[in-house]
Design a binder for this molecule. Structure first.
Ligand code: ATP
Ligand code: MG
Length: 570
C-alpha cells in the first residue's frame, strides 16, 4: 500500500527519483511528464493508474503533464478513440490545458531525424522480408546475422528512404533499420526497425504519409521534443529503455528525458488489454466499450463509479517495480466507501410482492419522514408516502421460514422502514400456479416512525414502496464478467473468451421506486436501502421509465479480508 501519511515521504520509487533529480538540479528543476495513449481503443482502469501517476506527479512537484496521442499505427486508430480518451482523462479530474500533442504532428521532424541517422551511417534500408528479418534476428541464446543489405552506401539508403516516402514501393518491400549490433544480448537492439511502409490513411495526416515511424523511434523523440523529464511506462518496456537511450544518444537533441518503468495494474476477474477488450465489443459479449461490466473508464462511469473512488483506488494500490495482481474486491471496497458518503438513500423494490394493509383506511395516504443519508445529516430528510397497498421484496416473505429467517412470515410482525410494524395475516396464492401473489397484513398505528410505545421488538426491518405513487423502473444487476480469477491464464485450447460469466447481467423489469426518484438526473447515484448502490443510466433511461445500473452491492468482501488479516498475528 502507498504510504501517504507524510507528504514529504516519497510514497513511490518514482517520487524518490524525482526528488533526487531536483536535489541534483537536473532538468533545471523542472518536472514534466506525459500520458501517452495510443488511440486504438477506450481507456481502462489500468490507464487510470498511469494517468493518476503522471498527472499526480506533475501536480505534486509544480510541473506539467502533457496528453500525447501516440498515433503511429493508422490501421488501428480512430478519432472516436481520441475523443473518448480526452473525455475520460477530463472526467478523472485532470487537465492538460493547452498541452495536447500528437506523435503524428512530429512526422516531418521524425523523418528528418531518420535521415540524419542514415547520413551518420547509423540507419539503413533493409529489403529482407519480415519473415527473413525475424529469422536473421537470432534468439535469446543465439546471436543474429547481418542482413545482406546492411552495408548499403549512405547515398543508396537516402535514395531508397526518399522513395519509400514517395510511395514507390509496396508494404513490406523495405524497412528502415537502426544499425546497432546484430549480436547484442538485448534482442531489441539487433538493428530494430525504425520505419515501415503502411498504405493506410491516418486519422490526422490523411494520405500524406505512407511510411510510419515505429514506437521505439517515435516515443523517445516525442518525449525529447516536448522536453519531458521523467518518461514513465510499464515494465514490459524495460528492455526498450536501451533503445530509447540509444536513439537519443545518437541525435543529441536539446532535451534529454529518461525512461522509468513501473508495474502495470492487473486486476483479477478482469482483462486489461485493449486488444482483448475490443474483442469483447466486436463479438457482442458486451453492449459496447461503455458497457457497465467493462473495466473501461467509460464503463465504470456508467456503472456509477466516481472519479474520486478511482483516484483513491490508484492511490491505495501505489506504484511499485514488481508486477502483482490486485483483488477487484479492493476496487469495489473503494467505490463503496466513496458512495457511502455521497449517495442519498432511497427505497426501491426490485422484485415486488404486493401487500394489502387491511386495517389502513381505503384511499388514505400519509407522508412519513425518511433520512437521506445517516452518514451525512446535512443531506436532510424527505417524505415518503405510505398507503394501504405497498410493495415489498418477494424474498422478504417466506411461507415456511427456516431458522434464522427473521423477515416476514405468516403471523409474524416486522418493521417497515420509517413507517409502521406490520403483521402478516395471510398469503394469497395464484390458484393455478400456487405462486404467492399478495400478502394480507395489518399495521399497528401506534408504531408510526418504526417504534412500539410498549417497547416490543421485531427482528427485521424491510424496505417498501407505496404502490399508488411508485415509479416503474428497469434495474440491471451486474456481476463479474469472468468466472475465473485469471481469465488470461494459459489453458490448453482455450482463450479468455471461454471464461466469460454468462450470468454477468440480470435485467429486472417492473421494479418499483419511491416517488422521490421523480427528478433524478442520469448519472445520479443512490443507495437503494438494503440492496446496494445504483446509478441512473444516461443512455437507456426515458422520462417514462428510468433505468438503474447496480454499481456495487452492500456486501464488502474486502473489509472482511482486511479484518481477518488484522486478527491474524504475524
Ligand atoms: P493495452 O495493453 O491495454 O493495449 P497499452 O499499453 O497498449 O495498453 P497505451 O495506449 O499504449 O496502451 O497506454 C498508454 C499508457 O498507459 C502507457 O504509458 C501504458 O504504459 C499505460 N498503461 C497501459 N495499461 C496499463 C496498466 N494496466 N497499468 C498501468 N499503466 C498502463
Ligand atoms: Mg501500447
Amino acid at each position: 500500500m502507498a504510504d501517504t501519511s507524510d507528504p514529504r515521504t516519497p510514497s513511490n520509487f518514482i517520487k524518490a527519483v524525482i526528488e533526487e533529480d531536483l536535489k541534483a538540479g537536473k532538468h533545471q528543476g523542472r518536472v514534466a511528464t506525459r500520458f501517452p495513449p495510443e488511440p486504438n481503443g477506450y481507456l481502462h482502469i489500468g490507464h487510470a493508474k498511469s494517468i493518476c501517476l503522471n498527472f499526480g506527479l506533475a501536480q505534486a512537484y509544480g510541473g506539467t503533464c502533457n496528453l500525447r496521442f501516440d498515433d503511429t499505427n493508422p490501421a488501428k486508430e480512430d478519432v472516436e478513440y481520441v475523443d473518448s480518451i480526452k473525455e475520460d482523462v477530463r472526467w478523472l479530474g485532470f487537465d492538460w490545458q493547452d498541452r495536447e500533442y500528437y506523435a503524428s504532428d512530429y512526422f516531418e521532424q521524425l523523418y528528418g531525424l531518420a535521415v540524419r541517422l542514415i547520413r551518420d551511417g547509423k540507419a539503413y534500408v533493409d529489403s529482407l522480408s519480415s519473415e527473413e528479418i525475424r529469422e536473421y534476428r537470432g534468439t535469446l541464446t543465439e546471436a543474429g546475422r547481418e542482413s545482406p543489405f546492411r552495408h548499403r552506401s549512405v547515398e543508396e539508403n537516402l535514395d531508397l528512404f526518399q522513395r519509400m516516402r514517395d510511395g514507390q514501393f509496396e508494404e513490406g518491400d523495405h524497412v528502415l533499420r537502426a544499425k546497432i549490433d546484430m549480436a547484442h544480448p538485448n534482442v531489441l537492439m539487433r538493428d530494430p526497425t525504425l520505419y515501415r511502409i503502411r498504405r493506410a490513411p491516418h486519422h490526422r495526416t490523411g494520405e500524406r504519409w505512407c511510411i510510419y515511424p515505429m514506437y521505439d523511434f517515435t516515443h523517445c523523440i516525442s518525449d525529447a521534443i516536448e522536453c519531458i523529464t521523467h518518461s514513465l511506462c510499464t515494465l514490459e518496456f524495460e528492455n526498450n529503455r536501451a533503445l530509447y537511450d540509444w536513439v537519443l544518444d545518437q541525435l543529441d537533441l536539446p532535451c534529454r528525458p529518461h525512461q522509468y518503468e513501473f508495474a502495470r495494474l492487473n486486476l483479477n476477474y478482469t482483462v486489461l488489454s485493449k486488444r482483448k477488450l475490443i474483442q469483447l465489443v466486436q463479438q457482442g459479449v458486451v453492449g459496447g466499450w461503455d458497457d457497465p461490466r467493462m473495466p473501461t473508464i467509460s464503463g465504470l462511469r456508467r456503472r456509477g463509479y466516481t472519479p474520486e473512488a478511482i483516484r483513491n483506488f490508484c492511490e491505495r494500490i501505489g506504484v511499485a517495480k514488481a508486477n502483482s495482481i490486485v483483488d477487484i474486491a479492493l476496487l469495489e471496497h473503494t467505490v463503496r466507501e466513496d458512495l457511502n458518503r455521497r449517495a442519498p438513500r432511497r427505497m426501491a423494490v426490485l422484485r415486488p410482492l404486493r401487500v394489502v394493509i387491511e386495517n389502513y383506511p381505503q384511499g388514505g395516504v400519509e407522508a412519513l419522514e425518511a433520512v437521506n443519508n445517516p452518514e451525512d445529516p446535512g443531506m436532510g430528510t424527505r417524505t415518503v408516502p405510505f398507503s394501504r397497498i405497498i410493495y415489498i421484496e418477494q424474498e422478504d416473505f417466506r411461507e415456511d421460514p427456516p431458522k434464522k429467517y427473521f423477515r416476514l412470515a405468516p403471523g409474524r410482525e416486522v418493521r417497515l422502514r420509517y413507517a409502521y410494524f406490520i403483521t402478516c395475516r395471510e398469503a394469497i396464492k395464484d390458484t393455478t400456479t400456487g405462486e404467492i401473489v399478495e400478502l394480507r397484513c395489518t399495521y399497528d398505528p401506534a408504531t408510526r416512525g418504526g417504534n412500539a410505545p410498549d417497547g416490543r421488538k421485531v427482528k427485521a426491518t424491510l424496505h417498501w414502496v407505496s404502490a399508488g405513487q411508485a415509479i416503474d423502473a428497469q434495474v440491471r444487476l451486474y456481476d463479474r464478467l469472468f468466472v475465473k480469477p485469471d481469465p488470461d491464464e494459459k489453458v490448453e485450447g482455450k482463450t479468455f473468451l471461454d471464461f466469460i460469466n454468462t450470468n454477468s447481467l440480470e435485467t429486472l423489469d417492473g421494479c418499483k421506486l419511491e416517488p422521490a426518484f421523480a427528478d433524478t438526473a442520469p448519472g445520479a447515484i443512490y443507495q437503494f436501502e438494503r440492496l446496494g448502490y445504483f446509478c441512473m443510466d444516461g443512455k437507456d433511461s426515458t422520462p417514462a421509465r428510468p433505468v438503474f445500473n447496480r454499481s456495487v452491492t452492500l456486501k464488502d468482501t474486502w473489509a472482511r479480508i482486511e479484518a481477518a488479516e488484522q486478527k491474524q498475528p504475524n
